[in-house]
Design a protein around this ligand. Sequence first.
Ligand SMILES: Cc1cc2nc3c(=O)[nH]c(=O)nc-3n(C[C@H](O)[C@H](O)[C@H](O)COP(=O)(O)OP(=O)(O)OC[C@H]3O[C@@H](n4cnc5c(N)ncnc54)[C@H](O)[C@@H]3O)c2cc1C
Ligand SMILES: *[C@@H]1O[C@H](CO)[C@@H](O)[C@H](O)[C@H]1NC(C)=O
Ligand SMILES: *[C@@H]1O[C@H](CO)[C@@H](O)[C@H](O)[C@H]1NC(C)=O
Ligand SMILES: *[C@@H]1O[C@H](CO)[C@@H](O)[C@H](O)[C@H]1NC(C)=O
Ligand SMILES: *[C@@H]1O[C@H](CO)[C@@H](O)[C@H](O)[C@H]1NC(C)=O
Length: 581
Amino acid sequence: MMRITLLSTLSLLAANAVGAGAQSQTHTPPGCRAFPGDIEWPSALAWKALNLTVGGKLIAGVPLGRPCFNPGASQARCTALKEHFTELEPFTEDPVNVMSPYWQNNSCSPFLGPTGTCSLGNLASYAIKVTSAADVIAGIVFATAKNIRLTIKNTGHDFLGRSAGAGSLALWTHHLQEITFFRFSSTGYSGPAVRLGAGVDGTDLLPAAKAAGYRVVGGSCPTVGVTGGFTQGGGHSPLSAKYGLGADQVLEYDVVTALGIRTTASPTKNPALFWALRGGGAGNYAVVLSMTVKVYPDGPSAGAGFLILNDGDDTKYWKAMSAWFKHLLVLDKIPGYMTGFTMGRDFLSLAFALLPDTTSVTDITAPLQPFFDELATLNVTLAQNSAFISPSYADWYTSWAVPVAYGTNNALGGRLVPRTVVQNNLPALINVFRDIVEVSTPEIEFSVINGITVNLTTKRIGNAANPGTSAVLPAWREALFTLNFGIPFAANAPVSTLKFGQAWINEKQSKLRAVTPGGGTYMNEATFDNPNWKQDYFGSNYNALLAVKKTYDPLGLLWAHSAVGSDVSWKQRVDGRLCKV
Ligand SMILES: Cc1cc2nc3c(=O)[nH]c(=O)nc-3n(C[C@H](O)[C@H](O)[C@H](O)COP(=O)(O)OP(=O)(O)OC[C@H]3O[C@@H](n4cnc5c(N)ncnc54)[C@H](O)[C@@H]3O)c2cc1C
Ligand SMILES: *[C@@H]1O[C@H](CO)[C@@H](O)[C@H](O)[C@H]1NC(C)=O
Ligand SMILES: *[C@@H]1O[C@H](CO)[C@@H](O)[C@H](O)[C@H]1NC(C)=O
Ligand SMILES: *[C@@H]1O[C@H](CO)[C@@H](O)[C@H](O)[C@H]1NC(C)=O
Ligand SMILES: *[C@@H]1O[C@H](CO)[C@@H](O)[C@H](O)[C@H]1NC(C)=O
């Protein structure tokens, strides 16, 4: 490896001396995307021309860990980076770097410098800082003409590596920051709405919505992009038990198709594309510039939370856990009542419950009381318990959702749990939960299960929940809750551990699948290499989505792991290069 690098460097130098740089390079293998180092890879001049076309907004991809490596290592910058490397912000504000350690692949880990290699790995080679439709079109035209991979990066939260891609040109959408509240009028809906640029996240949206007197469905973590992976993949929110998923809110999209055509996707214009963009998976059908979603009048919001600790008596603790899951069937019937909980081998934390539009705290606490009474009969005490009213949704969010610590150094899997499983087969479900959280392998320090309860039935959220209205996985409508389970990685975990963790998660996902027939999985909180991805992530929508993919992206420009059609177009090689299947 070392030898080849050295040799090619030497021959490059020699070639440069005689003014013919291409001689030492190799051709792109037939049927593959051009890759850095290939003769076919765009020349410096071609990149310069693209840069001119996009008004100087072309950025060369640089791994965040670069300052930790020679040549040019800076100890001060490296130390500062290490301190924040497992936090979200360095990644949300960067054009190419993504959060998931699996996709970082230790290619330029700040914990491995200053000697050794620092390469881009899965990260895009270049990014266009998108501020207009013309930038997107320029990127699409360039990638198509030069036969290079195109990726779309917003905040880089994606667990499936869908916002990264080796040797790609990235469209970096995070600077599309429009937030405009207005009155929308159409045959299907007339009322308040907001147009959101593709780069808007919860941090920007929450205060803007509060100031305008509205609530908007966005994620539990404020740094998740609203228009990107969240809404296009489904999007669960603390507000979902009242209004539905993110995808259920969309009125129209402003897009550039994979063929470089700017258009609208709505119930009347490109309706099949509109359908697919609502829950059919991110970054696979078109590049979204902005979306218009329904908004709702703001008002007081009740919050509650509690903590239960395992005092060492596992039998007692798991009886309490069973009681909690049964009680979710009761909470499920209360309009708007939402819970977000975390369960480990030693604790159950109700991180937040939300009941919008009440000024009476007992409205949120009284429904929990039967569960607390049951805990008392089990001799389980609450380590913490609190509840209060916030004047607005944004205030509720700041009190309850923001304190939840989100890190980047993890991987996760997930499953939607149908109501019928909790009703009829709870002991088997609990056994799998125990298997997940009572992890006993040295590679994995601990494991927790997060649950988000969502009642997304037609009865609750109206017409948006009807089959066929959107490409949201139908299993969401039958789910009592969606769960994700995550494992942490040490900041300096070797690639072998990252791979071990990924396989461990897939194995547990299979166990969950076995006890939750018909359950499905929320594709955004899942694995890229789940062998049942088609059924689990898309269900009965798969074939119709494939037809949309073929219509709007006939050349297969957009590709992502476990995206519709990904298995019949390109295959990613070990070095990250895409080659035709
Ligand atoms: C800490 C954390 C908390 C989370 N909390 C929640 C939550 O509360 N609810 C929830 O539902 N999910 C949650 N998720 C999952 C989240 O929805 C996904 O990670 C999602 O893919 C993030 O989308 P993004 O646009 O922010 O990120 P990115 O990683 O930048 O993009 C994700 C995908 O969207 C595509 N994409 C981005 N922008 C566009 C665009 N303009 N047009 C077309 N495609 C685009 C990308 O190509 C990629 O495929 C969470 C994830 C993390 C890491
Ligand atoms: C693109 O042009 C701008 C402005 O001239 C420059 O600052 C930037 O470095 C260029 N990008 C690349 C990748 O060369
Ligand atoms: C990921 O790392 C492995 C070595 O651990 C390497 O073989 C592979 O090429 C890397 N992938 C990318 C895309 O850099
Ligand atoms: C309840 O649990 C405590 C320990 O947490 C124990 O001391 C006590 O005896 C238990 N009481 C009953 C009735 O089981
Ligand atoms: C879902 O919510 C509706 C309306 O609030 C409620 O009537 C129903 O019982 C809940 N659960 C199911 C399974 O429909």
